[in-house]
Write a protein that binds this ligand. Structure first.
Ligand SMILES: [Zn+2]
Length: 166
């Protein structure tokens, strides 16, 4: 792409994974317990929050999406720790001369209760991105039992990010 020399860029990311038996439930790098023993299905650890943030970071610089960098058909990424993958995306962003101003995100899940774990998720993400925890917003909402998230068929996440040229 043409080199962007100055200014700010905004990025937006979205992800959803299916809830199934026999998988871990990892959100923002935090291992959670679902009351029915459900976890998120996927090739990597299926951490939807971290995936939405990665897509937002890549999207801010129009670099494509995570499937381009970590293709699901590549056995290398099987069971991958998404927070580590986020670190790799962040290295790319830094190498291109950009820094994160802030990230805001939302998780859509009926259960389990996410509120007690939000700060741990924010800390994990802030650490790997290299910003203060105040720069990372993570919110949790239910879908009022509506739609796929409401029926607990899956958990989704949305994220926006603002980058500034260093
Ligand atoms: Zn994903």
């Amino acid at each position: 792409m043409t080199e962007l020399k100055s200014g700010f860029r905004i990025g937006n990311g979205y992800d959803m994974h299916r809830l199934v038996k026999g998988r871990e439930l990892i959100l923002g790098g935090v291992n959670l317990k679902h009351p029915d023993g459900l976890g998120l299905d996927g090739h990597s650890d299926a951490d939807v929050l971290t995936h939405a943030i990665m897509d937002a970071l890549l999207g801010a610089l129009a670099l494509g999406d995570i499937g381009k960098y970590f293709p699901p058909e590549d056995p290398k990424w099987k069971g991958a720790d998404s927070v580590e993958l986020l670190g790799q995306v962040m290295n790319l962003i830094k190498d291109l001369g950009w820094k994160v101003i802030n990230i805001d995100s939302v998780l859509v899940a009926e259960r389990p209760k996410l509120k007690p774990h939000i700060d741990s998720m924010r800390k994990n993400i802030a650490n790997v991105i290299g910003v203060e925890i105040e720069c990372i917003g993570v919110k949790a909402t239910t879908n009022e039992k509506l739609g796929a998230e409401g029926r607990e068929e899956g958990i989704s996440s949305h994220a926006v990010v603002l980058l500034e040229k260093i």
